[in-house]
Design a binder for this molecule. Structure first.
Ligand SMILES: NC(=O)c1ccc[n+]([C@@H]2O[C@H](COP(=O)([O-])OP(=O)(O)OC[C@H]3O[C@@H](n4cnc5c(N)ncnc54)[C@H](OP(=O)(O)O)[C@@H]3O)[C@@H](O)[C@H]2O)c1
Length: 194
């Protein structure tokens, strides 16, 4: 018998910036201030081949509320928030609230509401990344390696050994970046076929 889970077929990518000690966040915020890295996040998660379509971003409740109020929901993308405690009234009407990652994927593969979605981006935090990386439908991790240590309370999980670094896409710089005296590098991991 086909279950809902087997009907979910859309591939997705992850995007994250993590420091040397795998930190991604502190007290609900980013541990660093890197304007160009944020621009990169926005460019990657917004860009579509088909101009009539847009992308979906999926994130946990704390990641959503960590975005400054004036900048959320993230514009030009379908924002999907995962939470078991929230109610729809906690969010603007254009945010889709789901109680699990599978429910989010199911909505994206089945509902008319989401028929104009081109790509799906997983945007954190820790448990969402972990569950996403374990999925067969996870294609790539767009990983910004921040070359310093930061005091953090949210961390990127270990990358499973099924992922390997691949050459950067043409529009992803390979050389080391520097902003505010902080060095970082864009990397891409891809899940290898068994
Ligand atoms: N550097 C980066 O690239 C990056 C990216 C993302 C986030 N961050 C940072 O990381 C921190 C937030 O990450 P976090 O790991 O602490 O929290 P988070 O994953 O954003 O949020 C955790 C909450 O999300 C909900 N949730 C998570 N997975 C779920 C699932 N599978 N199904 C249903 N609900 C789910 C739960 O909400 P309920 O309790 O309501 O059930 C859970 O308590 C912030 O500091 C943020 O700025 C950094």
């Amino acid at each position: 018998m086909r279950t809902h889970a087997t009907m979910v077929h859309q591939k997705f990518n992850l995007i994250v910036a993590a420091c040397e000690n795998s930190g991604i966040g502190i007290k609900g915020n980013l541990p660093w201030r890197l304007k160009n890295e944020l621009k990169y996040f926005n460019k990657m998660t917004k860009s579509t081949v088909d101009p009539t379509k847009k992308n979906a971003v999926i994130m946990g409740r704390l990641t959503y509320f960590g975005i400054p109020a004036s900048k959320r929901p993230l514009p030009d993308r379908l924002n999907i928030v995962l939470s078991t405690k929230s109610v729809a009234d906690d969010y603007p009407d254009d945010v889709v609230l789901c109680s699990s990652l599978n429910e989010a994927m199911k909505k994206l593969s089945e509902t008319d509401l989401c028929s104009n979605i081109e790509s799906i981006w997983i945007c954190g935090g820790n448990s969402v990344y972990k569950e996403a990386m374990a999925s067969d439908y996870c294609h790539r991790i767009y990983y910004t390696e921040i070359k310093a240590k930061f005091d953090c309370d949210a961390f990127f999980p270990d990358i499973p050994s099924s992922f390997q670094i691949v050459p950067n896409d043409e529009d992803v710089p390979s050389d080391e970046q520097e902003e505010n005296g902080l060095k970082y590098q864009y990397k891409i991991y891809e899940k290898q076929k068994p």
